[in-house]
Design a protein around this ligand. Structure first.
Ligand SMILES: C[S@@+](CC[C@H](N)C(=O)[O-])C[C@H]1O[C@@H](n2cnc3c(N)ncnc32)[C@H](O)[C@@H]1O
Length: 215
């Protein structure tokens, strides 16, 4: 275990503001959720690798009519979520397990800062699960941290490797991330490629399925 969970539990009521302040140094999650909401409406949203529920909370705010499902390998999934629990569900299951349940397809499937946590052999399969769980006219959003050389990247690496204690962390270059997407999601087009403030390392790809004639 990294030092993060130990410190977090000791913070008590200050845990959420401290976690928010810390994450805000790396990414503006409100901006990310608003960007996605500006593209297409969504009634059913899935987040794969939902973590403590921070981004799920933003998604529920940006899509006020949507039903949200957050899944994660952690049994603590959604622990810090403070949004509307009436339309948010958190489940400690893997994406392939959810896929096996054959749920009603989702209009938006998000993977935010998940790919860099995965061992290499799981990167394409998790994107394939995202594909299988998305409605024909839905969107897949993949946001990850582009490997870089500056102080911000060193801080991001230290946070993921030593604070969360995740030994498999390996940040992709932008080209690698694009390569995973192109391999796992053929017959899809990138409808948005952008960066999310405050760091250029935050690369977002949003994809939608091409029609039967490839358009
Ligand atoms: C940095 S957190 C991101 C949480 C959330 N997406 C957010 O942005 O607030 C990465 C999450 O990915 C989860 N994760 C790692 N491997 C996973 C896998 N194979 N399937 C699902 N989640 C996974 C971790 O448990 C962790 O909660």
């Amino acid at each position: 275990m990294g030092i993060g969970p130990i410190i977090r539990h000791r913070l008590g009521k200050y845990e959420i503001p401290a976690a928010e302040a810390y994450r805000n140094r790396f990414i503006n999650l409100d901006d990310l959720a608003t960007t996605l909401a500006s593209l297409r409406p969504a009634k059913r949203i899935l987040e794969i690798g939902a973590g403590d529920g921070s981004f799920g909370q933003r998604l529920c705010a940006a899509f006020p009519d949507a039903e949200y499902v957050g899944i994660d390998i952690s049994d603590q999934v959604g622990r810090l979520f403070r949004g509307d629990r009436g339309r948010a569900t958190f489940r400690p299951i893997r994406s392939d397990e959810l896929r096996a349940e054959n749920p009603q397809p989702f209009d938006l499937v998000c993977l935010v800062d998940v790919v860099h946590h995965l061992p290499e052999e799981l990167r394409l399969p998790i994107l394939d699960d995202a594909r299988a769980l998305t409605a024909d006219d839905g969107m897949i959003a993949v946001k990850d941290w582009e490997r870089g050389a500056g102080i911000a990247h060193a801080m991001a690496f230290a946070a993921d490797r030593y604070v969360t204690g995740d030994k498999t962390v390996r940040f992709p270059s932008r080209e690698e991330l694009r390569g995973y997407i192109d391999s796992a999601l053929p017959n899809h087009e990138v409808i948005l490629e952008t960066r999310i403030p405050p760091r250029r390392n935050n690369v977002l790809y949003v994809l939608s399925r091409l029609g039967p004639n490839g358009v």
